[in-house]
Write a protein that binds this ligand. Sequence first.
Ligand SMILES: C[S@@+](CC[C@H](N)C(=O)[O-])C[C@H]1O[C@@H](n2cnc3c(N)ncnc32)[C@H](O)[C@@H]1O
Length: 406
Amino acid sequence: MRLTAAPLRQICGQRRTLATFVERDIVLLRQKLNQDNFILTKPLNPANRISTHKGDISHSDIIGKSPRDLVTSSAGHDYRVHNVTLAEYVSLTRRLVTPIYPADANLIVSLLDLHPSAAHEAGKLEILEAGTGHGALTLHLSRAIHAANSQKPKPLPSPAPDSVGGEPATEDSSGSGQTESDDALTAWKASRKAVIHTIDISPKYSKHAAKVVAGFRHGLYADNVDFHVGDASGWIKSEHERRNSDQPFLTHAFLDLPATHDHLSAVASALKNDGTLIIFNPSITQIVDCVQKIKQQDIPLFLDQTLELGNNGTSGGKPWDLRAVKPRAAPKVQSGEESSDCVQSSGSEEPEKQDQNITRDPAQTLTEAKPEEPNWTFVCRPKVGERIIGGGFLGVFRKMNNSARP
Ligand SMILES: C[S@@+](CC[C@H](N)C(=O)[O-])C[C@H]1O[C@@H](n2cnc3c(N)ncnc32)[C@H](O)[C@@H]1O
């Protein structure tokens, strides 16, 4: 028997790729003769039209079409209709802040090493993301953990008024106003095996991001995410209070916000032993500020990797060598050579001398700095032998047990 699109959707429990487009779908239109000319539609609504410089396209002409079908504008130009990918969606939706771009988001998700299918045995995945921004990384994270959670219960049909009291039949007898649907949703939320707590200080950005997340494929990934408005460190504090416990509860954290170093102590207090924290900073010196803060305040975080995000079509991130170090002996300056390494010094040692010392023979002249030691400095350079390209930086940290400090 050949299945038509509609029954296929019902069998799968959700409408998707091979089906025809329906109301509220968001689709990508690509001009047939110019693939670079594309349009991300609003949610399809038969009453709406898209105005382009190549003529108008009615939403009703798209509804009922299949992926790769053609629609023709009022000026006679053909456009091919496509399902929009997550990468296209986050890149093309109207933005209020700069998002993490898809290639970088994929790398971050990979570095976080999320295993949703193991969450049932290994324990709940709780991921903090601050700030939410556009919701671009939020969507990538949510897609990555989606398999951990069961399907959200469908809302009960609107209750008919009770024939005696006129009260809705499903309303809680306690009079709290909580309905059976609300109770079921609360219970389902508590039962999730993986959740993203995403927080932004701006109510406006948070609201916009929630809309962006809810807009992708009819909210396919929206229910794995809890949106919060406030300061990242403040939220962690209030969450400890709400849980009535100082115990760490986060398995993973990602920070993309100004003054990242100010939030490390709070994040470390909430991160479980060996949990992963990734920070994104536009500049390597901001990563240095974080490492410096960790040393100064003895925050139990270990810098595992420093990566420069590629923008040359490379993927995987360019490894940087970033360590707080203590020179073993006074460096011997050799004249006539220059290094492009960036070195920040905490003490009075001359940066140029440090620079050459570090460049020449790191293994012999440098040891890992202890927090209490004065005059430590930084190795801060692309790893030897790697290609040099531009972009932002990721610092990948692991939470250390106090007892497991080096
Ligand atoms: C560059 S955007 C993040 C973009 C996001 N990663 C994405 O992929 O769309 C930085 C966000 O951090 C938020 N922010 C700034 N300070 C904050 C704080 N103290 N706590 C939480 N969010 C903050 C800003 O409002 C802004 O939305």
